[in-house]
Each structure stands twice: as C-alpha cells, then as structure tokens.
Design a protein around this ligand. Structure first.
Ligand code: 3MF
Ligand code: MG
Length: 434
C-alpha cells in the first residue's frame, strides 16, 4: 500500500448519502437497465496518461502536480502502478487504458525501452490478476517524443515508420498478453503543418499500408479484440488525416479495411471537428464502424482540446442514446480521456473527478435507456419517413430510373405537402427524461 490516497474511502453507491460524502448517487453497477447490469453497459475505464502521467502543464507554465512517482526510473514506474491500482480499487471501475509511454520510462535504446515496457506489463498483469481490473485498450504513444515530430506512419523518414511499426507490434503484443479488449490508434501527428513540405498522397498511402500491417499482425497472433482508429481534426498538427468519422471511413474503404477497423470516438474531438458527439456516433453506427468512446467534454469557446470530465447530463444522454441505438458496446466502453484542471492538486480531486463523471454518465445513460424504451423519438422518426415504406416510393428507392420517376410525376397526382419537423416538440420530449 502507498499512502497517496490515505484517508479516502472507496466510493460506493449511496443515493441518500449526505452532501459532503463522495458517493455514487446514480451509478449502481448492479442495477439492471435495458436488460443488462449498468457496469456491463457502460464499461468505464480510467486513462493512465491524464491521471498518472500528466504533470499539469499548459503552454504558459510547467508542472503543477507534485506526484511521488514522477521521474524516469523503474522503481517510480512501479510506484505509479501501485497508486493507479489503488485508485481503481477506490473507484471500482472495471477497466483502464494506457500508452506505452505512460507506464514505462523511455530507455536509451529501443531495446531498453522494450525491456522496461515488458517488465511493467508483467507487473501490471500481476495487479490485474489480484484485483480483477481489466484492460479496455492499449495504445502506442507515437506523438510525444521528438522523433515523431513529423509523424509516425506518415513520416517522410522511413526509419521513423519502422520504429513506429516495431513500437505498435510490441504494444499489440502487450495488449494481447493482458487480455485487452481493443487496440487503439490515434494519429496524433499523422497530419501536416504546411503543404509546402508535404507529399499528402504519399503520406496517406503510408498510413494505409501501416494499418493493413497492424490488422494482419493482429490476426497472426490471434488477438480477438477490435482495432480502433480515433478521429481528431487538428491539434497537435494543423491538418490531421483522421479528421472525423466520415473521413476515417473513406480511408478504411480505400485500403480495404472497413470490415476490420472501427472507431473510438471522443466527445472533444467531435466538437473540434465542428460536429456534435452524437453526430459522430450516429455516423459511425450508420457506416457500421462504431467501436468505443472517449468520454470527456470540450470547452465550447476555447477552440482546443480541453479534455474535461463530463458534467452535462443532457449531452451525455443524447450520446448514450446513439450508443444504445447502435446496439451498445461490444468490445468498446466508456474511457475517461479527461484530466483535472491544473489547480486541482489534491489526491481527492482525482477521485472526485472520476466518481462525478461516472455518475453523470450513469444518469445520462438511464435517461437514454428510458427514452429508447418509451419509444417517442423512434415513433416520431418512423412516422416522418413512413412514405418510404409504401409504394411507389419503395420502388423509387430501389429499382426505378430517373426517367420512370419523372413520368410518374408528369402524369399528375404527386403533389408534395410540407410537414412540420416538430423539432421543439421533440426537444420538449427529451427534456422530460434528462
Ligand atoms: C488526444 C487523445 C489521445 C488518445 C490516445 C489514445 C492522449 O486528443 O484523445 O489521448 O485518446 O492517444 O488513442
Ligand atoms: Mg482520446
């Protein structure tokens, strides 16, 4: 036991707890909602990078957090692991996620980094066995070290491509070894700053080739988890190739990977792309590539990725409504890709942030499930499109030619009558649930 969370009690479901008690007031893991335990629906995960690796810096100032495990030694990496698992025990969330760089110190060579990584993976594996916390996904950090400043798979230097391939191979191996349920690729620097020095077509082809190798490798080792791409439009690079769900889908189609790769959709990235979270979720579901979510919240004014913990129940409800409509998670889950504000220095801030976020998600999720069960939105939608379920529209949607449709219109009897979209009525309906 470390003493980092000394004096903090495990967070339990206690809807009647007093206002000063940190408790789940909406998240009861065992509550049955839409035929399943809430824990099994929501599949919460803690993100190692924000909670244990991020020092609290911003562009104007460095570290604000003083954590006893900050530093580059293996002993400190083990201490960080101990504290992480102590936090998992306090929260009781079932999953966590890591990048290689979050959990191990960088070595002086590829071989040394790999040794460090594998040693910590073994240590994490022991903790997982003892405690029962599971790995939602693993991923490689191919964006922080300066070698990746011009990209990883899309780098103009083939040696960076090779280094990245070797890194991803080791991270997939480790994810597989720990029984991880997904492997995520976020193209942090897979984009460009200026076309003046960039061969866009070549870089896109490199990214496609890279992903094909990842999928091939996953099958070769028998990894049954999903491979997920995480779209983001910009930041850190000016133009990122995985802009949004639709862009990723066209990329997957181009490289024959649309049945092999799904998406991990992040709330904040959707906002940066000028979409809503639910738009991105609905698009992924429509295209058959919905996988998992990074749950957080962006500041709507700032224009960058603030990675705040979610606190807006109506927004979360609309997002989970799309998740439920898509059939819910299979290998995916709700990863809190969210960090404290840099003034939130106390160990208890970490616990409160996650517990509050889990409660907001639970409350939004229950509202979404109730809305879907009530069926008001689906009935209104079905009614709005009902014309398409009848002839002659069924033929128009399938076999008719433009000329045949024109002939029918010219014959007379087709006289479109505008109908209300009833948006405010539907918004009032949603308000009854959230
Ligand atoms: C950046 C992100 C990333 C990804 C992570 C895994 C550092 O905006 O969201 O977090 O979630 O790299 O794909
Ligand atoms: Mg993310």
């Amino acid at each position: 036991m470390t003493n980092f969370f000394k004096g903090i009690d495990p967070v339990r479901f206690a809807p009647d707890a007093g206002p000063d008690t940190l408790a789940y007031r909406h998240y009861d893991p065992d509550e049955m909602v839409a035929g399943k335990r809430m824990e099994d629906h929501l599949r919460f995960a803690v993100a190692w990078w924000h909670s244990f690796a991020w020092p609290g810096g911003d562009p104007f100032g460095g570290q604000t957090f003083e954590r006893p495990w900050f530093g580059d030694t293996m002993d400190l990496a083990r201490l960080k692991t101990d504290v992480a698992f102590e936090m998992f025990a306090l929260l009781g969330q079932p999953y966590f996620c890591w990048h290689d760089a979050d959990i191990r110190p960088e070595g002086d060579s590829f071989a040394e980094s790999k040794r460090n990584f594998e040693e910590i993976i073994d240590y994490i594996g022991e903790k997982m066995d003892a405690q029962g916390t599971k790995l939602l996904w693993g991923t490689a950090n191919l964006f922080s070290h300066r070698r990746f400043m011009a990209g990883a798979a899309t780098n103009p230097d083939p040696e960076v491509f090779a280094w990245s391939a070797a890194t991803v191979k080791n991270c997939i191996d480790a994810t597989h070894r720990l029984g991880g349920e997904n492997y995520v690729l976020w193209g942090g620097r897979e984009g460009y700053e200026t076309l003046l020095n960039t061969d866009l077509a070549r870089e896109r082809a490199q990214a496609g080739r890279f992903l094909q190798m990842v999928v091939e490798y996953k099958h070769s080792i028998g990894f049954k988890g999903a491979v997920l791409i995480e779209p983001k439009p910009q930041e850190p690079t000016k133009h990122q190739y995985d802009y949004d769900v639709a862009t990723v889908y066209s990329f997957l189609k181009d490289f024959g990977l649309e049945d092999e790769v799904q998406v991990n959709i992040e709330q904040g990235h959707a906002i940066l792309a000028g979409h809503s979270f639910e738009h991105e979720l609905a698009t992924a579901a429509a295209l058959g590539i919905f996988g998992s979510i990074d749950m957080n919240r962006n500041d709507y004014q700032s224009g960058w990725d603030t990675d705040q913990f979610p606190n807006n129940v109506p927004e979360v409800a609309l997002a989970y409504y799309e998740v439920l409509k898509a059939g819910g998670f299979s290998t995916g889950g709700t990863n809190f890709d969210a960090k404290l504000r840099r003034q939130s220095l106390d160990p208890n801030d970490l616990i409160a942030a996650h517990a509050g976020a889990m409660d907001v998600c639970a409350r939004g999720f229950k509202a979404a499930a109730a809305m879907l069960e009530d069926g008001g939105l689906e009935a209104a939608r079905a009614d709005r499109y009902a014309g398409w379920d009848r002839e002659p529209a069924k033929t128009w949607a399938t076999t008719a030619t433009l000329g045949e449709i024109a002939a029918e219109v010219e014959k007379g009897g087709i006289d479109p009558q505008p109908r209300s979209g009833r948006q405010e009525i539907l918004e009032n309906y949603v308000s009854r649930f959230v």
